[in-house]
Design a protein around this ligand. Sequence first.
Ligand code: GLU
Length: 273
Amino acid sequence: MVVTRFAPSPTGLLHRGHALSALTGWRLAKANGGRFLVRIEDIDTARCRPEFEAAIFDDLAWLGIDWETPVWRQSERGAAYAAALDRLKALGVVYACRCTRADIAAAVAAPHGAAGPVYPGTCRGRGLGGGGGAEGLAWRIDVAKALALTGPLDWHDAAAGRVVATPALQGDFVVARRDLGTAYALAVVVDDAAQGVTDVVRGVDLFDATHGQRLLQALLHLSTPRYHHHPLVLGPDGKRLAKRDGGETLRSLRGTGVTAAAVIAGLDAAAAS
Ligand code: GLU
């Protein structure tokens, strides 16, 4: 049974890139007699807003997409993420980290891309967070140690084929933020497995994040979905769409009289070209 999901964070209005992810996942499920889920990724409660969540459902329905209910919200899944973090701690593959963004930027001399600098491992071996005093600390995975435990890993992408997992490229990434007790990478693998997701459809901007997610799946003995990373949808200026580009949201297109059929036809034409 094919199970796909669309997993937006309600931090803004959806744009055509989200529409492509949702539509591709929904079509994949429908074509295979499978199930399509929507999961609200709202762990970052300070940035998420209920009106954006309502707008997500409204925009998806406008596109003609239907999904199963009840919808899972990551804000309600803290216990599952805490249990996963405990397992990683028991394996000895995570360490507490007190570095701020400024500390990391100062420690990393090389210029860095949009994803931020690769963590230089400052707190690895410091032994912070022992004795229960981990309050206010983030938790990072010791990628080298974790990989030594799992051995070589790979995953499958519909466009790229077999991909050898190289989580070290991202450095020791955060599995639990100091303010949230979890982080995107951990929450997403726990939920994809718990919901029986077989196929993850999302933008290619998350391709590199998959390496780390594959590592977490192996450590936690969670299933690994097939991945379908699609090209990013570009705006009229040739730049990638972002939630902050108000003029490019589905909501604003709809407001100017653009139909859902036209949006979908435009995405299909771009994919075919
Ligand atoms: N919640 C993530 C986002 O809004 C997507 C997560 C995923 O598809 O794995 O970018």
